[in-house]
Write a protein of this length. Structure first.
Ligand code: ATP
Ligand code: MG
Length: 408
């Protein structure tokens, strides 16, 4: 569907006398029969020509020659063939120049498998033998590897990431160059580093990526991350069993012997959001308390965890425990016990209490404030496992007592 819409753009460019190709990641992924998530187009038309030909456009990156063109409600990046000038900060070229030859555009790309273009009729332009590398599962830098990593050190992490996503090997000269230039990663913004690390731990073969990070010492500029990933190697194969990134980071942290405080520091180094940081620290805190031994399930006090952290959190924590205990038949007993404990709850959440915050405020004749959340939480803890009936009368009486305790 998306491909059909993108083809309309190529057709129009060709009909107007320009060259136009699909390029980069989409060509690689089509050839590998993998799902394609963004389709990029390159052309010898200049951005001004592209904008004129396609009135429905957004000038997303004119400086770099990119115009986003609308086709059937979707946006596709159309970029003019370009080369990149000198790299000044190990990341961004100081200038880009438009060129008329496709080959020159493909030359600036990172790996041979990413330096292929395909036209409307499926004809491949492959000046660096990317297809051969793709067939053999090699990741190979275009040109002289060390020079390419010196231009843009992020490519070192991209190589490790593609190896993990595609389960490819890194060609020996390229690998050596990664080791040689690893210290230059210090110049890369941590947000970009984080995105690549996310993709590695979220890939089907994170162990491959993590091993490469260690082998090349790619993370030596961040000692905490370096230690995390080195110690995390044995646990990396467990990561694909988890659904969410916060669970993955938590398992890696716990597996590497990091406690909640060190987990917090890692989240800070990676500039994760406050929400992600809190979730990860809470998982690591629970895991540190529970100390699950690998492949050796143990009983969990779900009742107190459900009261402290709630159902959604406990389900995800159980997911992490299951990933720790893979291969063990007894592990499913732990999941069953969580479900049974949850079913025993008379009141499953604060929303199910027979009295609301607003009612409490009226009945106790007190202005709304922070106290309401405290009282509701207390009432829920009391009623959840039947200590107190969930009736307005019982709740109001308990609330009166708790308000006195809260205020003193
Ligand atoms: P994915 O989209 O799956 O992350 P991709 O290869 O498509 O992988 P993008 O970041 O979408 O990666 O980039 C599209 C193309 O641009 C790449 O295939 C490559 O040709 C080129 N490219 C991207 N980043 C770099 C880089 N740092 N150095 C050189 N070329 C790059
Ligand atoms: Mg892409």
């Amino acid at each position: 569907m998306a491909k059909k819409l993108a083809e309309e753009i190529l057709k129009k460019l060709e009909a107007s006398g320009y060259e136009a190709y699909f390029v980069g990641g989409c060509v690689r992924d089509w050839l590998l029969n993998r799902p394609v998530h963004d389709i990029d187009i390159c052309t010898n038309a200049h951005p001004g020509d592209v904008m004129r030909l396609f009135p429905a456009h957004v000038p997303t990156g004119l400086k770099h020659g990119t115009v986003s063109v609308k086709s059937g409600g979707m946006l596709f990046e159309v970029t003019t063939y370009r080369t990149e000038g000198k790299y000044e900060d190990y990341r961004r070229p100081s200038e880009v120049s438009f060129v008329s030859e496709l080959r020159l555009d493909l030359m600036r790309r990172d790996f041979t498998m990413n330096a292929m273009a395909m036209d409307l009729r499926g004809k491949l332009e492959d000046p660096f033998a990317g297809l051969d590398d793709l067939k053999q599962g090699w990741i190979r830098a275009v040109g002289v590897p060390a020079e390419r990593f010196r231009e843009d050190a992020l490519r070192i992490l991209r190589a490790a990431r593609f190896a993990a996503q595609l389960q490819f090997q890194i060609e020996p000269d390229t690998l050596r160059a990664m080791e040689e230039t690893a210290s230059l990663l210090i110049h890369i913004a941590i947000e970009r580093v984080r995105e690549e690390l996310h993709k590695i731990i979220d890939s089907p073969a994170p162990a491959v990526g993590v091993a490469l990070l260690c082998q090349t010492a790619a993370l030596k500029s961040w000692p905490l991350l370096d230690r995390l990933f080195s110690a995390g190697i044995p646990h990396a194969p467990r990561l694909p069993r988890l659904a969410e990134l916060t669970q993955k980071w938590s398992l890696l942290l716990y597996g590497s012997g990091f406690g909640a405080e060190e987990a917090r520091q890692v989240c800070q180094v990676l500039k994760l959001s406050k929400r992600e940081k809190e979730t990860i620290c809470a998982f690591v805190e629970c895991l540190t308390e529970l100390r699950p031994h690998w492949d050796q399930p143990r009983e969990i006090d779900w009742r107190s965890l459900l009261l402290q952290r709630g159902w959604a959190f406990c389900q995800k924590l159980d997911g992490i425990l299951q990933a720790c205990w893979h291969n063990s038949a007894a592990a499913s007993d732990v999941t069953r016990s969580l479900r049974e404990t949850y079913e025993q709850m008379q009141v499953k959440s604060i929303q199910e209490l027979a009295i609301s915050g607003r009612e409490l405020s009226v009945l106790l004749d007190k202005k709304p404030g922070q106290w309401i959340q405290h009282i509701l939480q207390h009432l829920w803890q009391q009623t959840a496992f039947h200590r107190l009936p969930n009736t307005p009368e019982a709740l109001l009486e308990e609330a009166r007592k708790e308000v006195v305790r809260y205020e003193h």
